[in-house]
Every structure is written in C-alpha cells, then in structure tokens.
Design a protein around this ligand. Sequence first.
Ligand code: ADP
Ligand code: MG
Length: 240
Amino acid sequence: MIEINNVNKWYGDFQVLSECSISIAKGDVVVVCGPSGSGKSTLIKCVNGLEPFQQGEIVIDGTSVGDPKTNLPKLRSRVGMVFQHFELFPHLSITDNLTVAQIKVLGRSKQEAVKKGLAYLDRVGLSAHAHKYPAELSGGQQQRVAIARALSMDPVAMLFDEPTSALDPEMIQEVLDVMVGLAKEGMTMMVVTHEMGFARQVANRVVFMDEGRIVEDCATEAFFGSPRSERAQQFLSKIL
Ligand code: ADP
Ligand code: MG
C-alpha cells in the first residue's frame, strides 16, 4: 500500500533523509520511532506529498507521490493524516470540519457528507458534540474529531505524527483506544509515536530512525526483545 524506496531529502545543504526505504502492506501497522530530529515528521510528510524530496520514490496504492503528473490534493485526500497539533478549522463547527473536504475535494453532496461524517463522529464516541466548535472540546476530543475527519475521506491508509504527544496524560488513552480500534479493523497505518504500549499492542513492525536513516525495521517483538543497533537499545532504555 505504501512503498518508500531509497528516499533522499535535503534542506539546503543538510541531508535530512538518507536512503529511506519502508514497505507497508495493506493492513500493516508500522510504528516509527527515534530521537527528536531524526527525520520522522519529514518522512511522513513526504509520504503525504506535503514535503518534496529530491531522490527516490514513494508509491501509494499504485500512485507515485513524486510524479509531477500526480494530482496531489486528490492523493492526499486518500491518505488520512493526523498531526501532533490538532488542525481542526477553528471557525467551523465540528460537523462542518467533518464535511468540508468531502464536499470540496471528493464532490460529495452535503447530505452524503454529513451522513458519513456523523457516522465516524459516532465511532469516535463524540456524536453529542456535532454542533460545537473545536475550542469547546478538550484536546483529546479534538484529536478524535481529527481522526473522524480523516476517516470520512475513505482513506486507503492513515498516517499519524505523534498524535498524543501534545495531550494531557489523561487524554492520551482515549485517542490511543480509537487508534487501536482502527488497527484491529485492518486499517493500514504508519504511526510516529513514542507510545510503546500502543506499538506492542498493535504494531506488526517497528521502524527506528536516527539521523535521517532507518536503523532498524523489524517485527515488534524482535524490536522490544533485542534491538540490533546500539542506538535503538539506548533509545529503548530511556523510554521504557
Ligand atoms: P523528528 O520528527 O524526528 O523530530 P523532523 O523531521 O522534524 O524530525 O526534523 C529532522 C531534521 O530536519 C531536524 O534536524 C530539523 O531541525 C530539520 N528540519 C525540519 N524541518 C526543516 C525545515 N523546514 N527546514 C530546515 N530544516 C528542517
Ligand atoms: Mg516530529
């Protein structure tokens, strides 16, 4: 579903990604972790076409992200993205947040978009809040709306970039629970997170990045049991 092949990216003279390759099959849940500044956000933004890269190739469900002929807004709409900081539109109600892209990008009727959006809002346990505005919801609730909004686009895969790291501790679990549910239903997911409980529970694979390189890419149990690289061992000893 997501093929990342030998991607190299520079910001000016600084090489932020070096020969990154990851292959994510349909239904895989891949957790990406690593120290701050190792290039995790940059890589996930490249997958979604939010950041250009100079070398290599990323193919999502048969469509090449770097191909100038690719319709990026359309491709982006098929890959749900949830960021660290809630990116809901503050001036729109929750219902409008859930429907605006369905209507504008996918051309759905308002009625169809509302039906779909509210169904996903119910799934994340927030149907009572449809008429509210983002500022009236807690951080955890906003993040669940962001997930519902992404799902409303019928994505082929979901990308998460530290979706719980800006949340108060008591709200982290409610967001992780939604993500665990998605993973168990077979959604293809690439998740940047340091929530190792989540990784252990649902990830098939853990990718460890350091200084723009993929240092480890292995089965979850193998990663937690005995990471090969010293960097990953050090990293794990600090966060576990
Ligand atoms: P991570 O998500 O793993 O913390 P990032 O992908 O955010 O890492 O950043 C990787 C490196 O690229 C860092 O050294 C960061 O300072 C640098 N970087 C990120 N964005 C930019 C940018 N727009 N311009 C220049 N350097 C950047
Ligand atoms: Mg980051």
